[in-house]
Design a protein around this ligand. Structure first.
Ligand SMILES: [Mg+2]
Length: 329
């Protein structure tokens, strides 16, 4: 449970830590010498679209009692219409296209041919926690389906599936880095070699052939940060100091490192100011305590679902109203 909370809280903390440096050069966090002080349009501790979307996925899984893809898509669309400060280009086009949930991403990919952004990776902490108890195949399959809501390129699905599986291994108490070879064997053959390259022990973010807003170097950089450090904060700092898409690379690193080291390893100085506005859903702001509660509920509900049991918070039936969640009209 501590590691499940670590994945969700760690991802949000990484997102907020990296937000002020998005699209900047390498080394900006270390050079500044202070953390969680905001900047670049972000308040201290304010989480961005990465965490906002992760919260929406988590709320949908709990309120629907499982994966209802049209519901997740509807929540994304409502959020996108709420004018978030930050939204991925590709995600925005897909969510505002007016096309149905099961066609929008595929149509975008057909027209643009490029749709392998890191936007499905960045929001995967909550679904990774929920589906971990269902086992390797089920969690990788769920990752692909949720990714496909906004990303038509299978590369994005496979990267998100790898992240889900590494989180599952870590929550089980295993070593996610040791699980890489077996995980790669589950990656679609068309994409396996490219992921094997960026996840190899001798890969370094400097070897990336694309900007780290793409799915491959983003996942590779997160795994690199985990591999080359010995603690949660150190891993996430290393991710931010790579520069580029700092909030997302740090959010993905925080997902992995949080699952590996647990919630207690996430610095209190980072979680105290942490807050997640959810555009389109009223003025309610999700804080660190609510993120912890969300993670605990996801872990419990996911385990119940994997065991074939119905899970209803508070034992009630019908529409689920989470205490921390105030959709506001
Ligand atoms: Mg972001």
């Amino acid at each position: 449970m501590d590691r499940a909370v670590g994945a969700v809280l760690g991802s949000a903390a990484g997102d907020a830590l990296g937000a002020p440096y998005e699209f900047g050069p390498a080394g900006q966090l270390g050079a500044r010498g202070e953390e969680m002080r905001g900047g670049g349009g972000w308040d201290p501790g304010e989480a961005t679209d990465d965490t906002q979307m992760a919260v929406l996925v988590g709320a949908s899984l709990l309120e629907c009692g499982g994966l209802e893809l049209p519901d997740v898509f509807d929540r994304f669309r409502r959020w996108a219409a709420g004018d978030p400060k930050d939204i991925g280009l590709q995600t925005e086009i897909v969510l505002t296209s007016g096309d149905p949930w099961d066609l929008a991403a595929a149509l975008h990919f057909q027209v643009n041919a490029r749709a392998a952004g890191n936007g499905s990776l960045m929001r995967a902490s909550t679904s990774a926690v929920y589906f971990a108890p269902a086992g390797r195949d089920a969690t990788m399959d769920a990752a692909r389906r949720i990714a496909a809501l906004t990303h038509g390129d299978r590369a994005a699905w496979e990267g998100t599936a790898v992240l889900h599986e590494l989180v599952r291994v870590a929550l089980d108490g295993g070593d996610p880095l040791g699980a890489l070879p077996a995980t790669l064997e589950q990656v679609h053959l068309d994409h396996r070699e490219r992921y094997a390259r960026v996840l190899a022990p001798d890969w370094h973010p400097d070897l990336a052939t694309e900007f780290n807003g793409a799915v491959w170097p983003c996942l590779g950089s997160a795994v690199w940060a985990l591999r080359t450090t010995t603690g949660f904060a150190q891993a996430v700092r290393a991710a931010v100091d790579l520069g580029g898409d700092t909030d997302t690379v740090a959010a993905v690193t925080g997902t992995l490192a949080g699952a590996r080291y647990g919630a207690a390893a996430v610095p209190e100085a980072w979680t105290t100011p942490l807050h997640v506005p959810v555009p389109g859903y009223g003025d309610h702001v999700v804080d660190a305590a609510a993120l912890r509660e969300l993670a605990r509920r996801l872990a419990t509900a996911g385990a119940a679902s994997a065991a074939g049991e119905a899970w209803t918070p508070g034992g009630g039936s019908g529409t689920v109203r989470l205490p921390w969640w105030s959709p506001g009209g």
